[in-house]
Design a protein around this ligand. Structure first.
Ligand code: ASP
Length: 428
């Protein structure tokens, strides 16, 4: 059986087992024990295997990507194209989100008693998740340049690490080739080692995915979902539109890859994103998919995809825009057209700033809420369903990155002709 079929099977079995156990045993301590001592640990080991390699992967692959592109002009051109495309698709996503909430109005029907109850129930968690809150300003841009690259890597500040790696790669291209070669050889081997470890992680992926999904579904009470069904449903609808109506359509018309072929070859990637809720944890699968399924050259994949994992979050921008407007409706705050445009712009900017980890966008969401005058603690209302929405929005997040790598490779004339079977013989 092929690996992605196994991973998909892990997802389905884990979900069915989780939902059934929840229905049969409710909140029985034995079920919680199984979640805490069996399912979640297996899932966490898988997740940690992926997180464990993100720092060497980003450093090795971004540096090598930039260095192999060779000249500054080419690096700037590819980086510029990628970022332009990121911004376009993210803005489209935020606009779709806002339009849907305006049309459907899921916040208008929320019962005030339920609102009070949810606020009370989740306010503690909200304070914890938001932390000290996020500030946004000129400092945000200064912070992209790390004071200490090792510290950035240790804190999970991927933008800082990427900046360091890009500069490192550029410097390598400016040296005498015989002086640059030893380091390039080492980095080349480093990327190969990391790729091997990714192979190990992916071997346990079917079990890890099953464990993660089981933990979520077995813990997930349907009652919160019921009360927020309308909101969660509209967000899901938006994410599906972004994935199938924007990303899939662009893959077809801009890159020329038929719809079914595109999604079918990205199966393992989408399942990884869904089960880990993290763009960073999905980065290894993302690079692998670009190279092995579509033949995107290494230097493009390893430069564009790490950038995407950190900066390009279609699903997150859509979710943020929708949630701000939903909470505005719930609290009866009337947002003018100008405020709504501010929401779109801020959703795009904060989606760039959000970390590619589970729940990475929550602190930034509070920032947008407060900017447009919606109470920040309103976030407590949606936390009960955020886990499932987080898993879902991470799928368009990573698929947007995959699409960008294809578009950039194609525009550079570097994408090989695509065999149009759904499961290509591996193309390299
Ligand atoms: N979990 C998302 C990601 O990693 C970020 C977020 O929206 O919270 O892509």
């Amino acid at each position: 059986m092929q690996l992605h079929t196994k991973i998909l099977l892990g997802l389905v079995i884990g979900a069915i087992a989780g939902v059934t156990s929840r229905l049969l045993f409710g909140e029985a301590p034995e079920l919680l024990w199984v979640v805490d001592n069996v399912a979640n640990p297996v899932g966490q080991v898988f997740l940690r295997m992926l997180f464990m390699i993100v720092v060497p992967l980003i450093f090795g692959s971004v540096t090598m990507g930039v260095a192999s592109l060779g000249d500054l002009k080419k690096i700037g051109r590819i980086g510029g194209k990628a970022m332009g495309f990121f911004l376009m698709t993210t803005a489209a996503a935020a606009t779709i989100g806002l339009t849907l909430v305006n049309v459907i109005g899921p916040g208008e029907s929320l019962d005030p008693a339920l609102r009070a109850q949810l606020l009370e129930q989740y306010s503690g968690e909200a304070t914890e998740r938001v932390g000290g809150g996020a500030v946004f300003g000129i400092q945000t841009f200064i912070n992209i340049v790390p004071r200490n690259a090792v510290d950035s890597a240790a804190r999970g500040d991927m933008l800082g690490l990427i900046f360091f790696s890009i500069v490192f790669g550029i410097a390598l291209t400016q040296m005498a080739p015989e002086r640059a070669k030893p380091i390039m050889d080492v980095l080349d081997s480093l990327v190969e080692v990391v790729t091997k470890i990714i192979g190990y992680a992916m071997k346990i992926a079917p079990y890890g995915v099953a464990g993660l999904i089981f933990s979520v579904t077995a813990r997930f009470g349907a009652d919160v979902l019921q009360s927020l069904a309308m909101y969660a449903g509209v967000v899901m609808l938006g994410l599906i539109i972004q994935l199938t109506g924007v990303i899939g359509v662009l893959a077809k018309f801009v890159v020329g890859i038929p719809y079914g072929v595109f999604f079918s070859r990205c199966r393992a990637l989408m399942v990884t994103a869904f089960s880990t809720s993290s763009s960073n944890a999905s980065l290894p699968a993302n690079i692998r998919t670009a190279q092995e399924q579509f033949g995107v050259p290494k230097e493009v994949a390893s430069f564009v995809l790490p950038l995407g994992a950190t900066m390009n979050m279609n699903g997150t921008a859509l979710f943020e825009g929708m949630t701000v407007l939903f909470l505005a409706q719930v609290f009866g705050v009337d947002l003018s057209l100008t405020s709504q445009i501010i929401v779109v712009v801020m959703s795009v900017v904060t989606a760039v700033g959000a970390a590619g980890v589970p729940g990475g966008s929550i602190p930034l969401l509070v920032l947008i809420l407060e900017t447009v005058g919606v109470p920040g603690e309103g976030i407590a209302l949606i936390l009960g369903v955020d886990r499932i929405l987080d898993m879902s929005r991470t799928v368009p997040n990573v698929m947007g990155d995959q699409l960008t790598s294809l578009v950039v490779a194609k525009s550079e004339g570097l994408l090989p002709p695509q065999p149009f079977e759904r499961d290509p013989a591996v193309i390299r």
